[in-house]
Design a protein around this ligand. Sequence first.
Ligand code: SF4
Length: 328
Amino acid sequence: MEKSNDVLLQVQDLKMYFPLTKGIIFQHKVADIKAVDGLSFSIRRGETLGLVGESGCGKSTTGRAIVQLYRPTEGSVHFEGRDLTTLKGEGLRRMRRRMQMIFQDPYASLNPRMTVGGIVGEPMMIHKLADGRARREKVMELLKVVGLNPYFINRYPHEFSGGQRQRIGVARALAVEPEFIVCDEPVSALDVSIQAQIINLLEELQDEFNLTYLFIAHDLSVVRHISDRIAVMYLGKLVELTGGYELYDNPQHPYTKALLSAVPIPDPVVEKKRQRILLEGDVPSPVSPPSGCNFRTRCQFAMDRCAEEEPPFKEYGNGHYVACWLME
Ligand code: SF4
């Protein structure tokens, strides 16, 4: 599908801090957990932006802050030019309808006491889109669209496999006819054999309904297939962003190189030569991230400057953004 140049979503200096409190009765804030610490990027209409990084780097928080499930501490999220962070009440509810989320765990994200009809129909009820028979028909149509038998409408989540449950999650997200979907590790909890089926389904739906995705994953091999561009995140910040092919062929940031070195290569000859870059040490705490470049405690190229100044997240030609002093 032709990807347009028209920007649907513009995220500017997004910060999401959570207070770290002390005390049992009289709680007081002692520090901030800087889960997301100043992200800027845009997503074009019809595009899939992959967002990757290790667990706990702030990817899911970013997704939730964009769709305003969390209200950002700072920064803006413009959706078709309107800043979502300034919206409240009915205005925000109307915009939320246009942005949906698909969650990682299809076992936990579906209410076990509701039938599939109730689960998929609920968003239509909340947003007053369809009632009674019309709603039931729409749910059946959606089940068909995601590859499920529409006559399963009266069944409960436990009667389905993991892959089928994720299809139910997708149908629920589609129920309000969104334009933008945050797919938060939608295949991580599934068997490898099922992962490709769900990714193919998401791609087909994108073409059919002109959807725009933010596709979150901790594994670069998962986002490779589906993403037009990929953003790499480390400890609340973006370290690299570029086109999917460019990232695999020409990675620049030491962290991206380490992540890529862990991805198996299908060609056995090349795979034999693959050198794994092992990152030493643990990811630092987001309560007190390192000064300067926050990757410096694990970077084999770290220099004095890296501890003193934070490298800017800057474009080095052809929409390839990197935050690293080695690029200067
Ligand atoms: Fe490594 Fe320095 Fe680049 Fe950070 S700025 S990734 S510490 S070389």
